[in-house]
Design a protein around this ligand. Structure first.
Ligand code: BGC
Length: 339
């Protein structure tokens, strides 16, 4: 036998190596391409999936915000109220950026428990209104209320009629929003504690329990003046407030009678939480004590079903929405004896 040439076996070995390398390359390529295809496929399906999710996100309604807690965590308790520095409403607006035009506010982190219209009977008390807006907007926001501020301005210089203006406020606020609670406030009363919540209760509520001007005590149990809160149902049940109390006094006693005759009672915060400061002022012109008030109060039972919301007539002269409040100027007519 002939000895194989050493060069020939080397050649064979090299050929085998080349074949092996080529095979390796082919296998690697196949796996590489198969892997890429798989990735592309995955990318494609993932992309479809995410488009699907996006579509879902746009059609699924956003989760309802949770209901605000019964006691707001933002409350601070007793407040320092004083009236020595004048109020600049532009500054006040800047300090309350979450208050919308017309004096509206809705809590952003939770769904308010009640929709509250704050009604302020008004005439020529611009300075007092500024203090009221300055102090009350931060308080009402900390109380996490969905609220609006309505100033009901009596047109002309005839005798003032507080209760009729409040009836107008009830009717007009309801045209603006679906309120379920109405807080009626004198323009010169500022709460000294933000735990005194401007909200309605299972019974009509008297909020201004202990006013500085009245020696921080309740003069009599049936008092229902100053700041009060009635739900829409409670207000309608008593046929609203009387329309025929012109001048100072008595109308709040009539409302108190209406509450009692309709088998409801007055609820109140305690005397600490119910503290108020009243802005000092002289009695307004054309708001002298009403001499007829004692006689009228004695007849609430007979008059309440025919005098009130169901006999209310007035004419809106102007509605203006300012950044911190809505002011509605109304012609409420004249006292019966001179009309
Ligand atoms: C009047 C009320 C008034 C109260 C407290 C009463 O005599 O009739 O209208 O709110 O005194 O001043």
């Amino acid at each position: 036998m002939m000895e194989p040439l050493p060069g020939a076996s080397l050649q064979k070995a090299c050929r085998l190596l080349v074949i092996f390398c080529a095979l390796h390359l082919v296998v690697t390529m196949v796996y590489y391409l198969a892997g890429r295809d798989l990735d592309i496929f995955q990318y494609f399906t993932e992309n479809q999936q995410s488009q699907h999710d996006w579509k879902n996100a746009s059609t699924t309604p956003a989760a309802e915000p949770h209901v605000c807690p019964e006691t707001s965590p933002l409350l601070v308790g007793p407040l320092n109220i004083e009236f020595s520095n004048p109020v600049d409403l532009e500054e006040t607006k800047k300090e309350n950026p979450a208050v919308r035009d017309g004096g509206r506010h809705t809590p952003k982190d939770c769904q308010a428990l009640q929709k509250v219209a704050v009604i302020i009977p008004f005439r020529h008390r611009d300075k007092h209104l500024k203090y009221w807006l300055y102090y009350l907007h931060p308080i009402l926001q900390r109380q996490q209320l969905d609220y609006g501020v309505y100033v009901i301005n009596q047109d002309g210089e005839e005798t003032f009629n507080r209760a009729k203006l409040m009836n107008v406020g009830f009717a007009e606020a309801l045209k603006d929003y679906d309120y379920d609670c109405f807080v009626f406030s004198d323009v010169d009363l500022i709460p000294m504690d933000d735990r005194n919540i401007y909200k309605c209760n299972s019974q009509p509520r008297h909020l201004s329990v202990s006013v500085d001007k009245l020696g921080f005590r309740l003069p009599y149990q049936q008092l229902f003046g100053g700041v009060t809160a009635l739900s829409k149902d409670q207000f309608q049940k008593i046929n609203g407030f009387p329309n025929n109390y012109w001048g100072w006094g008595g109308e709040d006693d009539d409302i108190s009678n209406r509450i009692r005759y309709n088998k409801m009672s007055i609820s109140r915060p305690n005397a600490i939480i119910g503290k108020y400061r009243m802005i000092q002022h002289f009695r307004d012109a054309k708001n002298e004590p009403n001499p007829q008030r004692f006689d009228r109060i004695a007849h609430t039972k007979e008059t309440m079903n025919s005098d009130g919301l169901n006999s209310l007539s007035y004419e809106v002269l102007k509605t203006e929405k300012y950044p911190l409040y809505t002011i509605i100027t109304v012609n409420i007519g004249l006292p019966k004896s001179i009309s």
